[in-house]
Design a protein around this ligand. Sequence first.
Ligand SMILES: [Mg+2]
Length: 392
Amino acid sequence: MKIKRVETLICHARMRNWVFVKVTTDQPGLVGWGEATLEWHTRSVVGAVEDLAQLLVGQDPTRIEYLWQMMWRQHFWHGTGIVRATAIAGVDLALWDILGKVHGVPCHQLWGGPVRDKIRLYSHLGGGKMEDFYETPVDNAKRFAELAIDAVEHGYSAFKSMAVPPTMPIEGNKPVRAAAACVEAMREAVGPDVDIMVDCHARPSPAMGMQFAKALEPYDLYFLEEPCWPESLEGLAKINAAVATPIATGERLNHLAAFRDLFAAGGCEICQLDITHCGGLSEARRIAAVAEAYRIALAPHNPQGPVSTAASLEFGFSQPSYVICESVQNDVPWRYDVVDEGFQIDPKTQTVTPNERPGLGININEEEIKRHPFEQELLQRVFYEDGSVGDW
Ligand SMILES: [Mg+2]
């Protein structure tokens, strides 16, 4: 069996362009689907997949590790940059999809079979509507509470909020009080048993991240995400050591050695590897093995398109320390016209039972993709009050 073609299909899904990677084999009807969505870098990723294609065409698609090594190590530059790592991931997912189809089993069966019966999903405030999630101002705690109730009414037992505003490296206590008021309002609205997460989006400095972490600690967050830049391992480690709240990070790391350094520094309790950015399922499985040695939980970053979700779930059914999956279902009203998924979501509990179809278990509607061609992603910029550049 040989790879005949490696191509990308772009589908503009409002906040992001979903970049689907389609690997076609010389066997009739046998194709694999991957995803290499990287918002604001769509053209770069499409080019990177094109650059990788010459390493792949004519090769046996079932030699996944061999091909992964080629993609990561050949062409001299290792696949440690975000664009290359995302392109590799897109291809890698498609190759695992093909291997599952060759053997007639879901991917998680290839990795030792299911380790759990179901996976819990969490949502964002607003359920995928980006304005609700990113643009609800933190001085409107009441709105945070309303959106929290809405998430619970949609069956979610866990949800994530952006209750930490863009903050200068040192900014006094006002943003910290605002964040605490939002979290307090959400906690009062949903009660003690719903899991609340706060994503700091790596906006704070380590010093401010520490203040947010301490101020939010009384509200028993399920996790506090990216309380400072991912580059600041020492900052993450200090915050992680200072509060009982589990610290989550990892969505911007894209190779094994970066995760090794994060874990060794004690920078997190929850690893948010992104399967479409960290070199794919092949590298994700290695990262998970290292995480296991540190007893660090896995909760993949997954706000992208439907192949990313299918891959995150296949991974989760094979990984003992996987705790929850990020889920977006309503980012665009036609999401389920693009994909037909193999797994089942119980809408009452927002839990997923395993896919029983081969590979990643998804069918992609290429005609529907054509209805949503590439558009430039919406510009998102943040400036502090003094006009200097902040983190989005
Ligand atoms: Mg995040």
